[in-house]
Design a protein around this ligand. Structure first.
Ligand code: ZN
Ligand code: ZN
Length: 258
């Protein structure tokens, strides 16, 4: 399984850099988890193969360029871009994004081949198929309806916390898996900003460490993501100071393979 965190920040010369302002994990060039940077960072080849997008929650950093992605592909799509989300999140996308004001209601528009976008609701706690993956989602603890996910291709199993503060059901779901190859977990703010992290329902390195005590698996790669660019250097230092084996900060643009 290949997973890439698409870049979302650029140097003066235009090349992508390490800061993560938007969230979009690309799995096997076919499926994404969230779509923040999909419309600006996907290569032309990736645009041709990604037709399934899982949205964990409707915050802008997770959906920002999804409308642009569908728009760019409008004429050439031979199948719709499928938006997998809970019904609750789908309703928010319909209300606030694809509402004929901010952007068109693409789920109601067709090209020569048919509809260009399709909402595919899933239930929390129940496995569902997305392309070649089996996915299960549960609610996590964020300020809007948000899910964390486990995804498996039958050989490799990975878990995404999405945006969350301390949470329980996510770890129960992850612990039910036979094994875990990689965990993508958020670490938004430095320890000194714990109050803001609590108020906005995010983790710091110290609460991330507490969360990991709920995990029964070991030996997997742990990739910290969603570091707020303004505090990135400090969060990286604090994560390194935790001394947790196989915990690294995920590099944007790099293709990881399990
Ligand atoms: Zn969020
Ligand atoms: Zn976010």
């Amino acid at each position: 399984m290949q997973i890439q965190l698409l870049p979302s920040s650029f140097d003066a010369g235009g090349s992508a850099n390490a800061a993560q302002r938007l969230t979009c994990f690309l799995i096997d060039n076919r499926v994404t988890v969230d779509a923040g940077s999909i419309g600006i960072a996907a290569t032309d080849a990736q645009r041709r193969t990604v037709r399934d997008v899982i949205i964990t929650h409707p915050h802008m950093d997770h959906i920002a360029s999804l409308p642009i992605f569908v728009d760019d592909l409008f004429a050439e799509l031979e199948q719709p871009v499928r938006i997998h989300a809970t019904q609750e999140v789908i309703e928010l996308l319909k209300l606030d994004v694809f509402n004929d004001i901010v952007y068109p209601r693409f789920d109601q528009l067709k090209n020569d081949h048919g509809f260009v976008m399709q909402y595919v609701p899933f239930d929390v706690g129940k496995a569902f198929r997305v392309a070649h993956l089996t996915v299960t989602a549960v609610a996590v603890n964020h300020i809007v309806p948000t899910v964390g996910l486990v995804a498996s291709d039958g050989k490799i199993t990975v878990a995404f916390s999405s945006d969350t503060a301390e949470t329980e059901d996510f770890w129960k779901m992850v612990n039910r898996e036979q094994k875990l190859d990689a965990l993508f977990i958020e670490a938004s703010f430095p320890n000194s900003m714990q109050q803001l992290a609590n108020a906005s329902k995010h983790l710091t390195p110290s609460t991330l460490k507490l969360e990991l005590t709920k995990l029964n698996h070991n030996g997997m790669d742990i990739l910290a993501v969603h570091l707020k660019p303004a505090y990135r250097d400090l969060v990286v230092t604090e994560l390194n100071q935790l001394g947790i084996e196989k915990l690294t900060v995920m590099e944007t643009g790099r293709v990881y393979e399990w």
